[in-house]
Design a protein around this ligand. Structure first.
Ligand code: DCP
Ligand code: MG
Ligand code: MG
Length: 350
């Protein structure tokens, strides 16, 4: 049986600062959006676990964080440096020779193949040790039979952890968890499930699959499978570092460009929200159509200048995906922005 390893770096931006400023280790450390001379104006991007103990967290206004502790160590974010650290970590992971999917700036999934639980544990321990020795960065790893379960286990093993969920324990592991913990289940889907009396993954596993399919289309089938320990999400061979993407299964498979267009608009909006959150511009875009036979097609485009325009992303995204929508039924579509840059000091498209 194939195992998936999911890794997420611990308090990543703040850990990068600790790595180059070892003197701040052990103190509460915050990385915020504003420069240090204006540190009360921005929001917290992340903070180390000492700061979390004080109640500080991502997206909190920095002014509020300083109210909780006026002696916080503060850094204005240096996205270029964090990006470089991320690239180094990803290159190290890639060198282990497994199919590697870079999921975000501090997350990746590795398809470990058929090495068994002991082999997987050894691999994870080696990775943790090497990342700490080379870069001074802590991380947490989850291992399971699928990407989604491995990520859940990773989340639960933080910080500096290593957690394995074996197939035989999977159902018990999933049973009491809120349905919103399933990757791809947002607030809307969770609300609809709750209205059907399904609040935990355990209840989802016992639901009537036909009712789920009636309500959610193909996604309903995936939900049912996931709740029952079958994770069909593949570790993609994706190594475009520093890109932000969103993809989603359609309610029903379709050949209708109108349906695809409205989904692309929705996903583009989400991608731009994430881009704004990380204070980035993009220059490259790509779209993907996944067909019912599980093959997919991707189209890319590169602009001459950086931009953060939602209109541009939507228009170009729709244009790019149009030729991919033919009489072959599509089940999933996605959009991704790449060639990212920190907003300061770059030329932007008007
Ligand atoms: N980030 C951000 N704004 C947020 C959340 C995150 O700018 N609202 C950035 C800073 C984080 C990085 O993305 O360091 C990775 O996000 P994670 O969610 O993985 O959080 P951390 O790595 O900081 O902490 P954890 O140990 O919980 O993974
Ligand atoms: Mg992290
Ligand atoms: Mg992360």
């Amino acid at each position: 049986m194939t195992l998936v390893l999911f890794i997420d770096m611990d308090y990543f931006y703040a850990a990068c600062e600790e790595a180059r400023h070892p003197e701040v280790k052990g103190k509460p450390v915050v990385v915020g959006t504003a420069p240090p001379n204006d540190k009360l104006r921005g929001v917290v991007q992340t903070c180390n676990y000492e700061a979390r103990k004080l109640g500080i967290h991502s997206a909190m206004p920095t002014s509020q964080a300083f109210k909780l502790d006026k002696n916080l160590v503060y850094f204005g974010d240096d996205y270029k440096y964090y990006g470089e650290m991320s690239e180094k970590v990803m290159a190290l992971l890639k060198a282990y020779g497994h199919r590697t999917e870079v999921v975000s700036i501090d997350e990746a999934a590795l398809d470990l193949g058929e090495m068994g639980y002991d082999g997987a544990r050894g691999q994870a321990e080696a990775i943790k040790k090497e990342i700490m020795a080379k870069f001074g960065l802590p991380c947490t790893i989850g291992i399971s039979t699928g990407k989604i379960y491995a990520k859940m286990m990773c989340d639960e093993s933080k910080p500096n952890g290593l957690g394995i969920i074996e197939e035989k324990d999977l159902k018990a592991f999933l049973k009491g968890k809120d349905v919103i913990r399933i990757l791809g289940v947002g607030k809307k889907t969770a609300d609809r499930l709750n209205a059907m009396g399904i609040d935990t993954i355990g209840k989802l596993a016992k639901a009537d699959p036909n009712v789920l399919i009636d309500n959610f289309g193909i996604f309903g089938k995936e939900l049912y499978q996931l709740a029952n320990g079958i994770d069909t999400s593949r570790v993609e061979d994706k190594y475009t570092i520093l890109s932000i993407g969103r993809e989603r299964t359609l309610q029903k498979e379709t050949t209708d460009m109108k349906v695809v267009e409205s989904m692309i608009k929705e996903l583009a909006k989400e991608a731009i929200e994430e881009l704004n959150r990380q204070h980035l511009w993009f220059k490259g875009i790509s779209v993907k159509a996944k067909y019912t036979d599980f093959t997919d097609k991707i189209k890319n485009k590169q602009f001459n200048n950086y931009t953060d325009s939602l209109d541009l992303l939507t228009t170009e995204g729709v244009k790019l995906i149009r030729p991919l929508i033919t009489d072959r039924a599509v089940r999933k579509v996605g959009i991704r922005v790449s060639s990212l840059a920190k907003r300061e000091g770059q030329k932007k498209l008007s």
